[in-house]
Design a protein around this ligand. Structure first.
Ligand code: GDP
Ligand code: GDP
Length: 443
């Protein structure tokens, strides 16, 4: 996955630009019920090149005195990790000493940097962007992230070196499992436990990444690829931006995997950071397993795992399709179950349900509990068909697709899930306008 990072001082308009970049795409992308929130990363595309954008502004620490160090460090991380960098300056402020400081850093790298002079809302301000030539980062692009003026042109430069193919797999059909989670939950331990003593078969899969080394687990003769994000802490030069850095690495691992295993520390329960990761995997429409690790440390009363499961499900209502497994990387309890579940989820993601079966099962249920009438119009779902796998995507045809309430979409998802087994994978919906009843289409 191509990665583009937006860097710059606070208040220059990074998040405004970010929203503009991802907004274009988010508006037309598949409908995902129930997940809207502030984002630090998102997806965009330009001329057929899909990329992930990260808004580094979301990671700035609260305190003023740490700000400069944090921004400088972000620029360094972006140089290491991103494929292309957008450096935003404020056209109204002119060139500040801190801008010069960041520019000096950015000039040390071969990575492409696109210099944006933001807040050029009109022709007068446009002329002020001239002085930014002095930063030595090539032609500055004046624009207004707020009103959209001039946005577009600069994307040619931002995406010039990105690869065409951002979405499709790499042709490797082996199951890819990513181990993700907060520091110290046991990612390395699990990875080592799964790999056994001989960690000899470590390969760099060509054409996939420059930065991750994947390992291969042999499971009953089948090769499974383990993408692990452990080892983040070894980067000693990162002090202010651990969260940004691990978000970047985790994002990449998630993008490349079929199934992500979110490792949770049994002694701490599900934390906010874990929920963020789960949201992110769901956004990427990848398979998900929650592995509660260090289960050996938890007092075993009869009900413990049931209660733990209940608590997690309560905490994350929209995600009750995610299977939970209780493991110990230390004693190796149930660790192969994780691999088995991963295999199982991949199979479910690849399942294609026959159109006739979908309609026969679902339409009567939707008819029995129809959507509420909107402005005295009856909404009628006429037809459903599965249009995609990995992840499964369902297209619904109905008379007024825009009017379908979110609550009903969630009901539809629950109905699909209780009739067809998609445990462990997000499913997506698209809604199209069509009045033809299913009976006519079938003929
Ligand atoms: P960040 O801290 O770099 O992410 O900056 P924000 O995106 O939060 O923007 C900081 C302020 O500048 C906000 O009040 C924005 O509305 C404003 N802003 C952003 N882009 C523009 C622009 O193109 N023109 C003007 N006039 N204001 C802008
Ligand atoms: P990472 O940062 O997620 O890679 O976590 P590590 O694998 O380095 O583990 C962090 C700490 O937790 C280490 O001290 C491990 O020995 C310990 N640990 C990991 N898994 C288990 C487990 O299943 N049980 C117990 N008791 N300790 C564990």
């Amino acid at each position: 996955m191509n990665l583009v990072a937006i860097v710059g001082r606070p208040n220059v308009g990074k998040s405004t630009l970010f929203n503009r970049l991802i907004g274009v795409r988010e508006a037309i992308v598949e409908d995902t019920p129930g997940v809207t929130r502030d984002r630090l990363y998102g997806y965009s595309d330009w001329n057929g090149k899909r990329f992930m954008v990260i808004d580094t502004g979301g990671f700035i620490p609260g305190s003023e005195d740490k700000m400069e160090r944090a921004v400088r460090e972000q620029a360094m991380i972006a140089l290491e990790e991103a494929d292309s960098i957008i450096f935003v300056c404020d056209g109204r402020d002119g060139v500040t000493p801190f801008d010069q400081d960041i520019a000096r850093l950015l000039r040390t790298s071969k990575k492409p940097v696109t210099l944006i002079i933001n807040k050029c809302d009109n022709a007068i301000q446009l002329t002020q962007s001239y002085e930014f030539h002095g930063l030595g980062l090539g032609e500055p692009y004046p624009l207004s992230a707020l009103n959209g003026y001039n946005s577009g042109d600069f994307l040619d430069q931002v995406t010039a070196n990105l690869t065409e193919d951002g979405t499709e797999g790499d042709g490797d059909t082996r199951l890819k499992i990513a181990l993700v989670g907060r520091p110290n939950v046991g990612k390395s331990s699990l990875s080592n436990a799964l790999l056994g003593k001989d960690r000899s078969i470590v390969t760099d899969i060509p054409g996939t990444t420059r930065d991750a080394v994947d390992a291969i687990v042999k499971y009953y003769g089948e090769e499974i690829i383990l993408i692990d994000t452990a080892g983040l802490r070894k980067r000693s030069h990162i002090s202010e931006n651990i969260e940004m850095y691990s978000t970047l690495r985790t994002s990449r691992a998630i993008e490349r995997c079929d199934v992500a295993v979110v490792i949770v520390d049994a002694t701490r329960g599900l934390e906010d950071q874990d929920k963020k990761i789960i949201n992110q995997i769901s956004d990427a429409r990848k398979g998900i397993i929650i592995a509660v690790n260090k289960w050996d440390l938890v007092e075993k009363e009869t009900q413990t795992s049931t209660e733990f499961t209940k608590k997690i499900k309560e905490d994350m209502r929209t995600f009750d399709y995610i299977p939970i497994v209780y493991i110990s990387a230390l004693t190796k309890q149930r660790i192969t179950k994780v691999v088995e579940m991963g295999k199982d989820i991949l199979t479910k993601r690849q399942t294609r349900i026959k159109t006739s079966k979908l309609n026969d099962v679902l339409l009567p249920l939707f008819e029995k509990t129809p959507p509420p009438a909107v402005r005295s119009q009856d909404l009628r779902i006429n037809y459903v068909t599965q249009v995609g796998t990995e992840p499964p995507v369902f297209a619904f045809f109905l008379n007024y697709p825009q009017m379908l309430p979110e609550s009903y979409k969630r009901f539809m998802e629950r109905t699909i899930r209780s009739n067809f087994d998609f445990e462990g994978t997000p499913i997506s919906f698209v809604f199209r306008r069509k009045n033809v009843p299913y009976e006519d289409i079938k003929r």
